[in-house]
Design a protein. Structure first.
Length: 574
């Protein structure tokens, strides 16, 4: 018997496909080869961040075709479209990085506009690089039509003379080369072997961190975010996601049924447990903001503080995403966390079951050492820590996974851009024991809140990763390691105290207590503030200027619109 047709009387696509008045609209669909039956079915947007800019995205078009087959098999009509991606590895270390965080908002906005303009009923979103993952998830909760997230998968690790490597090693090799510890030929060899396949950066950098978040928050099918991009099993996840989106549509299970305060706390917990990217402290508040849930940097840091570090992943550990997938995947990680009380098991997921129900048949794998039991962690405190003090009244964030020393005190050495600091590092004009301060790189002041991987990796390559500290109102890459504090707020452009620091001021950082202070009296700070004048940006037109006019604080996720609290009507209910 033929499957019962969906009642489209409450679906957005009724505005373009149902009734005599929609004949002109349907004529466009016929022009693309759709049949009358296909037009009568729900229209499913298949949004992809495919491009030829980087390996993170190169496999997404192929995976999208498999998603479409799954949708069609379940009597839906898939309609594919693409949006942008700015790939951080290529944007890193120059002015192009100002585009990175801005791209998150453009991705979200463009998916929203395409879905709104064409009245799609559901969304399957495929993303590969750092900002495209939260950007796609933000679009899902903003639109609130049934949605499933698909990660394009991680890259396979490279091999340099028998040693497993990632792009992080290439960035650090630049530092080694700058001090004569690596030859031109060796640098050429390592850059040619570090990235051997399609896929996103292979360790627990930002892309894999947010992929882990996608499963933990409930928007992706179990195991789907762990499988590397070249693995054929990805096709099975893509096909299953296409089928499952039709089930979610039938049951009317929406993203806001899935993404709740509890599931956001689950997401923050897996970031901490995996020693994930500090960028999650920016993206989780941004996702929450789309729904109108209060969940800022301090809420994220509270979860980090109370969650153990249990996954031995690079950059702080020794394994990559492929290794965790083969050890049992993200579900194995979540199973031990759930068993020991670190996750809320009653959260709905895109399977139509709760997180706890998804975990019921998962058993512990004793034949692996990638993931530790949650009651026998690598360290009892999380892999990421929030900081607060007179240098960061609105908070800051540091990744401590793999670090031995959690306190640092030293004189400030101030730079008003990343380029200035990178030049000092490259020429080795800094000193051991200093706290390098990079400011005017925040969301508004940058504009765009650049990542500083080129600088931090060069320091590590020079053997100075644990001999200096670095703080910024910008961001750090998920590949950053060492005593590097980002997201300092209020940012320098807004007159935050980071703008008032002078060379030689003593800065004290304590990641055990969660504090970051400059040793100055309130009177001294007040005097400097009275003499401070805002610094003008070079970006006075175009997209980056527009972003700088709208963007809010890093504490709240660096968002650009009022969010769910001001929403009067949701797209799903038009």
């Amino acid at each position: 018997m033929a499957k019962k047709l969906f009642d489209k009387s409450k679906l957005p696509s009724r505005h373009t496909t149902v009734g005599p008045a929609k004949a002109p609209h349907r004529s466009y669909l016929y022009a693309m080869g759709l049949s009358e039956e296909e037009i009568a079915q729900p229209l499913v947007g298949v949004a992809s961040c495919w491009n030829e800019a980087a390996p993170c995205n190169i496999s997404l078009m192929r995976q999208a075709q498999v998603v479409k087959k799954g949708v069609a098999s379940a009597k839906g009509t898939p309609r594919e479209f693409v949006t942008i991606t700015v790939t951080d590895g290529i944007a890193m270390g120059h002015q192009g990085m100002k585009s990175s965080l801005v791209s998150r908002e453009v991705i979200t906005d463009s998916v929203e506009l395409t879905m709104r303009g064409h009245c799609s009923d559901a969304l399957v979103g495929l993303a590969g690089c750092d900002k495209s993952l939260p950007g796609m998830m933000m679009a899902m909760v903003r639109l609130n039509v049934p949605s499933i997230f698909i990660y394009g998968g991680s890259i396979l690790p490279g091999n340099f003379r028998g040693r497993q490597i990632t792009v992080q090693d290439v960035f650090e090799a630049v530092g080694q080369h700058s001090v004569g510890d690596m030859s031109d030929d060796d640098l050429l060899e390592i850059e040619q072997v570090a990235c051997p396949s399609a896929g996103s950066c292979g360790a627990q950098f930002t892309a894999n961190t947010m992929a882990t978040v996608a499963e933990a928050i409930g928007l992706a099918l179990p195991y789907s975010c762990g499988a590397p991009a070249p693995y054929e099993i990805r096709d099975r996840f893509c096909y299953a996601s296409g089928e499952k989106i039709m089930e979610l549509l039938e049951k009317n299970i929406r993203p806001r049924d899935i993404v709740t305060l509890k599931s956001l706390e689950n997401a923050a917990a897996v970031v901490s447990a995996t020693g994930g990217s500090t960028n999650a402290a920016l993206h989780l508040p941004a996702i929450a903001h789309e729904i109108g849930i209060d969940f800022d940097l301090f809420d994220v840091a509270r979860i980090f503080e109370n969650t153990p570090y249990i996954a031995d992943l690079k950059p702080g550990g020794k394994y990559v995403a492929k290794d965790m997938f083969e050890a049992g995947g993200i579900p194995l990680l979540m199973k031990t966390m759930l068993d020991h009380g670190y996750l809320h098991g009653d959260c709905m997921t895109v399977t139509g079951l709760t997180l706890a129900e998804n975990m019921e048949k998962i058993t512990w794998n004793d034949l692996q050492d990638v993931i530790y039991p949650a009651n026998k962690p690598i360290t009892k405190s999380g892999g990421v820590v929030g900081l607060r003090g007179n240098l960061a009244e609105d908070g800051a964030i540091v990744k401590i996974a793999g670090m031995d020393k959690l306190k640092f005190s030293g004189p400030a050495r101030c730079f008003d851009s990343e380029e200035e600091c990178f030049e000092a590092v490259s020429s080795r004009t800094y000193k051991e024991g200093e706290v390098l301060v990079i400011r005017y790189e925040g969301p508004r002041g940058g504009p765009g809140m650049r990542e500083m991987l080129s600088t931090t990796a060069a320091l590590y390559g020079q053997g100075m990763g644990d001999k200096v500290a670095l703080i910024t109102d910008g961001r750090f890459s998920g590949a950053t390691r060492g005593f590097c504090i980002g997201h300092v707020g209020p940012e320098a452009a807004l007159g935050g105290n980071i703008a008032l620091v002078n060379d030689g001021d003593i800065i004290e950082i304590d990641a055990e207590k969660g504090t970051i202070d400059v040793v100055l009296s309130e009177d001294e700070l007040a005097g400097r503030r009275a003499a401070w004048t805002p610094r003008e940006t070079d970006y006075t037109s175009g997209t980056i200027w527009k972003y700088s006019q709208l963007v809010g604080s890093a504490r709240e996720g660096a968002v650009t619109h009022p969010g769910g609290k001001k929403e009067k009507i949701c797209y799903a209910d038009i």
